[in-house]
Design a protein around this ligand. Structure first.
Ligand SMILES: C[C@H](O)[C@H](O)CC(=O)C(=O)O
Ligand SMILES: [Mg+2]
Length: 394
């Protein structure tokens, strides 16, 4: 095993849901008048697809070892990410040992620093990194959570993100995170409607069920503060991603401004240990939410998580399906996980990366037994019914 090398790296693109989970058809809750940084332009207010949230699509990275074993991973990135994999990153993999994960990560990161650091390039590096972990797990016939040092619990518990926390409660989830619908551009009336929606939901779910608001980078400090203060009487557990990911100073101020007991969370659009160091050292939030497909992959998430632990912050990864589940199982400071409700009306549990993966586990009664993750690698296969396209075949 120690001598196995990487023979070939291939990058494909896929459309329709899956890792690019915003790439959904009309009528989906995830694209229904959600507050965004683009909401100040009325023509881009109703739909996130209207401003191009789904332009990238899914990147699929396949890595084949010298014994023919293939590992793969999916993330957001599509064609530009496929270009970066094939034209730039593949050189650091092909010929390297399958166990050279740390060195390959460093080479991918350092060699792209001049045009990378965050965003698309780090999504791409994350996809390659996850495929390497999947490959190693498949070669060793071990689940990734074991490669990471082993699980610290036998079961994961989940909160649900979607438009219907009341239905999520009936499905056994521990809480529900709703999208914020009205943006600051929709003024006092929008703020009132946001609070009314929360009040209605609180009435439906009773006093104890967690309710959270996801603001998707769309607020300013003043609006976020007013929202948090107004939401306190409805027991809002946390206010998520209220501000631009670049506004570390705003987050630090917001954390001071929110009512006692309310948590500030962010980080799904942050990347690498250096980005999270800013959030942690500046006291920006109580929970960090790295997306393992966007923050630098598993190799980087392990480092981010250790840093968070030393700052007494929880790590509750954003989305990412199996790639998160294997990680969350192994960390004491990740006590629960997110499940994104991808059913158009958020009224049933469907696999988060549906239809792109086969064997993708879902929570049952808001929980997932560790045993369902006990398969080699990340334990999933690509769905052969999904049309893969390889735009930069070398
Ligand atoms: C619901 C949010 O706007 C976004 O689509 C997902 C997200 O930020 C989250 O799951 O967290
Ligand atoms: Mg979010």
């Amino acid at each position: 095993m120690g001598n196995l090398t990487i023979k070939h790296v291939r990058a494909f693109v896929l459309r329709g849901g899956g890792a690019d989970y915003h790439d959904q058809a009309d009528g989906h809750w995830i694209d229904d008048h959600i507050s965004t940084p683009m909401s100040k332009y009325p023509e881009y207010r109703q739909s996130r697809r209207s401003f191009g949230i789904n332009v990238l699509g899914t990147l699929v990275v396949e890595i084949e070892a010298s014994d023919g074993t293939v590992g793969f991973a999916v993330t957001t990135g599509g064609e530009p990410a496929a270009y970066i994999v094939e034209k730039h990153l593949a050189r650091f993999l092909e010929g390297a040992r399958v166990t050279d994960i740390e060195k390959i990560w460093d080479q991918m990161y350092q060699s792209t620093l001049y045009y990378g650091r965050k965003g698309l390039v780090i999504n791409t590096i994350s996809g390659v990194d996850l495929a390497l972990w999947d490959l190693l797990g498949k070669i060793r016939q071990e689940p990734v959570h074991q490669l990471l040092g082993g699980a610290v619990r036998d079961e994961l518990q989940f909160y649900a993100t979607g438009a219907r926390p009341d239905l999520a409660q009936k499905m056994g989830f521990i809480g529900g995170k709703m999208p914020l619908h009205y943006s600051p551009s929709e003024g006092e009336e929008g703020l009132r409607k946001n609070l009314e929606e929360l009040a209605t939901m609180r009435e439906r779910v009773g006093p104890d069920f967690w309710l959270m608001l996801d603001c998707w980078m769309s607020l300013d400090l003043n609006y976020a503060t007013k929202l948090a203060i107004g939401a306190h009487e409805y027991g809002l557990k946390w206010i998520e991603e209220a501000l631009s990911p670049d506004d570390y100073w705003g987050y630090a101020a917001l954390r001071n401004n929110v009512p006692k007991g309310m948590l500030v969370t962010t980080g799904e659009h942050e990347a690498t240990r250096w980005g999270f160091r800013m959030l942690l050292e500046m006291g920006c939030c109580d929970i960090i939410q790295p997306d393992v497909g966007w923050c630098g992959g598993l190799t980087e998430l392990v480092k981010i998580s250790a840093l968070a632990d030393a700052h007494n912050a929880l790590v509750v990864p954003h989305g990412s399906s199996v790639y998160s589940y294997h990680f969350v199982a192994t960390r004491h400071n990740s006590p629960f996980a997110e499940f994104l409700m991808m059913a158009p009306k958020a009224d049933e549990v469907v696999p988060m990366f549906h239809p792109q993966l086969l064997g993708e586990p879902v929570p049952v009664n808001g929980r997932m037994r560790l045993s369902v993750l006990d398969k080699p690698g990340f334990g999933v296969d690509l769905n052969p019914d999904c049309q893969l396209h390889r735009p930069y075949n070398r």
